[in-house]
Design a protein around this ligand. Sequence first.
Ligand SMILES: Nc1nc2c(c(=O)[nH]1)N[C@H]1C(S)=C(S)[C@@H](COP(=O)(O)OP(=O)(O)OC[C@H]3O[C@@H](n4cnc5c(=O)[nH]c(N)nc54)[C@H](O)[C@@H]3O)O[C@H]1N2
Ligand SMILES: Nc1nc2c(c(=O)[nH]1)N[C@H]1C(S)=C(S)[C@@H](COP(=O)(O)OP(=O)(O)OC[C@H]3O[C@@H](n4cnc5c(=O)[nH]c(N)nc54)[C@H](O)[C@@H]3O)O[C@H]1N2
Ligand code: SF4
Ligand SMILES: [Mo]
Length: 748
Amino acid sequence: MTSTRRQFIKISALGAGSIALSGSALKWTSASSILEKLNTGSVKPLRTPTYCEVCFWQCAGWVYKDEKGEIQKIIGNDDDPHCNGRFCPRGTGGVGQYTDTDRLKTPLIRTKIDGIETFREASWDEALDLIASRMKEIKSKYGSECVALFTHGSGGSHFGQMLKAFGSQSITAPSFAQCRGPREVAFLTTFGDIIYSPERTDIRDTRCLVLIGSHIGENMHNGQIQEMSDAIDKGATIITVDPRFSTAASKSKYWLPIKPSTDMALLLAWINVIIENNWYDKDYVERYTFGFDQLKEHVKPFTPEWSYGITTIDPNVIRRTAKEMHDASPAVIIHPGRHVTWYGDDTQRLRAVAILNALLGSWGRRGGFYNPAKAQVPDYPVPDFPVPEHLPMEAYKGKYKLANEVVSNGICDATIPTPDQNCNFKIWIVNGTNLMAALPDQQNTIKAIESLELLVVVDTMPVEITGYADVVLPECTYLERYDMIRKSPHREPNIAVRVPATEPKYNSKPASWIAKQLAEKLDLGAWFPWTNIEELLDWQLKEIGSSLEEMKRIGVKKFPRAYDDLYFTPGEDVSFNTNTGKIELYSTDMEAEGFNPLPVYTPHEEPPEGFYRLIYGRAPMHTFSRTANNPNLTDLMDENTLWVNPKVAKLWGLSSGQYVKLRNQDDKLSTFSIKVRVTERIRWDSVYMVHGFGHNNKNLSRAFGRGINDTELITRVKIDPVMGGTGMRGNFVTFVFENETIGKESES
Ligand SMILES: Nc1nc2c(c(=O)[nH]1)N[C@H]1C(S)=C(S)[C@@H](COP(=O)(O)OP(=O)(O)OC[C@H]3O[C@@H](n4cnc5c(=O)[nH]c(N)nc54)[C@H](O)[C@@H]3O)O[C@H]1N2
Ligand SMILES: Nc1nc2c(c(=O)[nH]1)N[C@H]1C(S)=C(S)[C@@H](COP(=O)(O)OP(=O)(O)OC[C@H]3O[C@@H](n4cnc5c(=O)[nH]c(N)nc54)[C@H](O)[C@@H]3O)O[C@H]1N2
Ligand code: SF4
Ligand SMILES: [Mo]
């Protein structure tokens, strides 16, 4: 993985005045022992409010310190609807992000010493001066919109403000086109509104929850899991469709071990059965929907028997599960999922999910989908942002027409010069996203990076993307900084704040500070008129009748809903934000853009002989690639394993515990090897691993070489023409045996 212009730097930073490691790593105290101490009063609790950044559920909690001022423990805030006072294992282990001694410690600038590319340490002033001068240069040569921001997480709003002031709206996140994009577009075209995060699913009160590849339980989104377990306690039926016997499947009345990539055929059969048996909500469909007759005609051929030949799911099971949904209706949820960029026709699949929900009348109903509300927090007054000469969508003109957010891979592709592209992106600022793990087709990402004039990476850890950077900016962790007010929509409007529990370690800084400094160096101080972020937050909070002082005491504040509209009232007239003002079973937006207005099944490629479909997912104790080095969480799981069906294991002579490498259909060999886990819990046609392992940056002392990075084997990408989503599950792998003693240490 080398490039001529920009080598991936694996060695530690060289530097004359190397920065001393300040203090020893804090010892992580177990939950019970610290709670014991707090309860017996031997530690005087000093607590600061925060919201978690280990994943994007953003649970609000309290950070406790001991009398010496050392962070001891993070626990959930009882008033927080995202977590109801309980943190998940990753949130609890979040202290490890702070204590990790492998953290980025000071700004780094790429340099050449004796012909070898390396990083040298730099001051903040020098690093930011360099970035500002290159940004000005690019602006005058090519236009400000040639600077793009890739971002995930809290820093996005600070860097976004800076970039918009600079005159670029080229701002994108992998959480759209690599994640939930297809569901948002599908629900937008059907219901005129998106699902949001946290999801507006009323799981708490549902009587039937259908999970199609949503592996809740391993996908550890806090409030959602709590509601699912409450629903199970209250007797709700869970139906799980997954080629793997997931944790959710183990809690389900029905597990449908579907042949991967064929979900559309199941969804169409369910729609067929529900319509043919008159199991749909007639009043709701008549009152609120558009295109029922066309839908009815369209699904006639898609019988359970037709579906069986494709999905391998027994027609009787299809009928029985459809009946379960009908019996629970309208308190039924066909869950829209979250990471839904699977096979490239994902918007259409999610349209089928939306249609099923509409037929069963669950949108706007208790136990179905509620109407979320958001606290109205005003923005600090600043001048209007300059209007850029080019909008980011022009980079992929004529494509992905229904994307309602900027498409990350569209920006990445448009960075690689082509004759017909008039503005290639020249600078990327990458904040809080490890693009080498998040974007499929790594060679394409590397090609784009090689075409850049400057790559700035803002991160907390030395990950893969930092190895390609020209300038690395070390952000302090979420426990050491303020960020913007959390105001995600929920049943009740609410806000949460993040307040630093301690000073930033080393020479790291918060994104709010970095963005403001950079803006000032770019003469854009007018868009950052506050002295510091505390002043900004206090102003915003006072506008809504609170204050920073109050929020430091309570952490979370709830507000009453403006209207009593959590659900539709019976017989209410509702207008939907679609072209017809109705729920569009038949999508006029899709039709207008030349896509099928009603979802159709298209077969996807099957694994060739001797190959297995590579599928991947989450583990409860890790988040993507960001926690693989966290000392507290590696204690719980320090590598990923490869799930292999016993039939396949027998054929290949594989046994549990053995390490193998993988090679994909394009001859791409995995860098490291992975431990086999032989289990009946996976179909024979697929293998499964948890995403986020197989790090190849040696500065990650715990994560380096542990397991396989699924992303490097995802060389074939099926792009969703509707919104640019990158379908990543059309890749097939086979086993490569090697001398076990080479095992984990080998690197190709
Ligand atoms: N192959 C494959 N690709 C995927 C997925 C998959 O399952 N498999 N999942 C997709 C999905 S659903 C998503 S949402 C995306 C997620 O993709 P990303 O959000 O890019 O997730 P990570 O790869 O964990 O990268 C997060 C980076 O943020 C850094 N970081 C952590 N905390 C902070 C902080 O406080 N400040 C800053 N500045 N940086 C921080 C971490 O060190 C890490 O380098 O990936 C997508 N891509
Ligand atoms: N612990 C933890 N929790 C997380 C995250 C994390 O990193 N760690 N990330 C969060 C984020 S941003 C996201 S987007 C979500 C992602 O989580 P989800 O949206 O729940 O899951 P996916 O990654 O889409 O799907 C994974 C499941 O799909 C199954 N699967 C594979 N192929 C098929 C198929 O063809 N059909 C069907 N029906 N199933 C299939 C796999 O076996 C696996 O169980 O998780 C969130 N929660
Ligand atoms: S679900 Fe867990 S990791 Fe995610 S924000 Fe909540 S506590 Fe943090
Ligand atoms: Mo995601």
